[in-house]
Design a protein around this ligand. Structure first.
Ligand SMILES: [Fe+2]
Ligand SMILES: [Fe+2]
Length: 302
């Protein structure tokens, strides 16, 4: 099975799940010299359609409500991992309960997006089994939308992510709504470095709360043996201001710079896996179960 296409097409079925949920066009083809292409696809300035208005309203709410203190509270709350116990595969199946009402194109079960990404990477990087598994798990944090995980609002689960505790970079989508964020009144947070030191490493930076950071917490706290690049991908795959616009790089350290290369690789498979090509779940399941057994305990706390 192959999903990659030689020349990127502007097709709706390649839009990532979280962006589809918001009804926006956020198909950022992730290659270092493809920014112009990506910018075209991420054109939020044309407010003609209702879809785009919905996206703007989403980001208005996200930018107002995601504050430094809010993220601290959410990280503390969810790092207890007291919601349930289940295996990685059980969570893949559970994610199918996340219904995407706003996306008429995404009629496949969510597990298809995970497996399509993973299978496409597996084909091109057959020896990087950790990357196959990373693709499988990268969106599992979206279970935060389910009632048993607190039923968080969309602005607290999906969408682009960004650092708190320092100035909001202008490359953040719908940047203007940060003016209504309480953190914009705190002078400590308004400088380029804010509460951080240059080169401190992203690990020390408080990111807006969402499915990325949650899944990172779950993987790390349950003692995964996945390499640091895998955790980096899971944690920052929605951090478009960084991996698309190149913002906030002054906060990165050497390890981040190494890991960012893998995030760039991963990102194009995330975006171009919304193919209609159907993956036979039962056929590939034994392979992914073997990877899960290699890198994770049988049951994880969530
Ligand atoms: Fe995601
Ligand atoms: Fe995804």
């Amino acid at each position: 099975m192959t999903i990659l296409i030689d020349q990127p097409q502007l097709q709706l079925d390649c839009i990532p799940l979280e962006e589809n949920k918001l009804g926006q066009s956020q198909c950022a083809f992730e290659a270092p010299d493809m920014n112009a292409f990506g910018q075209n696809f991420r054109d939020y300035t044309n407010a003609e359609s209702e879809r785009q208005k919905g996206v703007e309203e989403f980001y208005r709410l996200q930018h107002i409500n995601q504050t430094y203190d809010y993220v601290k509270r959410m990280r503390e709350k969810f790092s207890k991992l007291d919601k349930m116990e289940m295996s990685i595969w059980e969570c893949c199946e559970l994610l199918n309960e996340v219904v995407d009402e706003s996306d008429p194109d995404l009629d496949e079960p969510q597990i298809q997006h995970l497996l399509q990404s993973a299978e496409a990477i597996r084909k091109d990087y057959p020896d990087q089994d950790w990357l196959h598994l990373t693709a499988l798990i990268h969106d599992l944090g979206k279970v935060l939308l389910l009632p048993k995980f607190g039923g968080l609002p969309q602005w607290a689960v999906v969408g682009d992510t960004f650092p708190l505790g320092c100035a909001f970079d202008a490359s953040n989508i719908h940047h203007k709504y940060f003016h209504e964020n309480p953190d914009s009144k705190n002078s400590t947070y308004l400088t380029k470095n804010g509460v951080y030191e240059e080169g401190c490493g992203l690990e020390n930076v408080v990111m807006s709360w969402g499915h990325d950071d949650y899944m990172y917490l779950v993987a790390k706290e349950n003692g995964t043996t996945l390499p640091s690049a895998a955790l980096f991908i899971v944690r920052y795959h929605s951090f478009y201001p960084l991996h698309k616009a190149g913002a906030y790089t002054h906060l990165m350290n050497d390890e981040d710079r190494e890991n960012l290369k893998w995030l760039h690789v991963f990102n194009k498979y995330d975006l171009y896996s919304k193919s209609k090509v159907h993956v036979d779940v039962e056929e590939v399941k034994p392979y992914y179960i073997s990877l899960i057994n290699k890198y994770f305990p049988e049951k994880l706390r969530w």
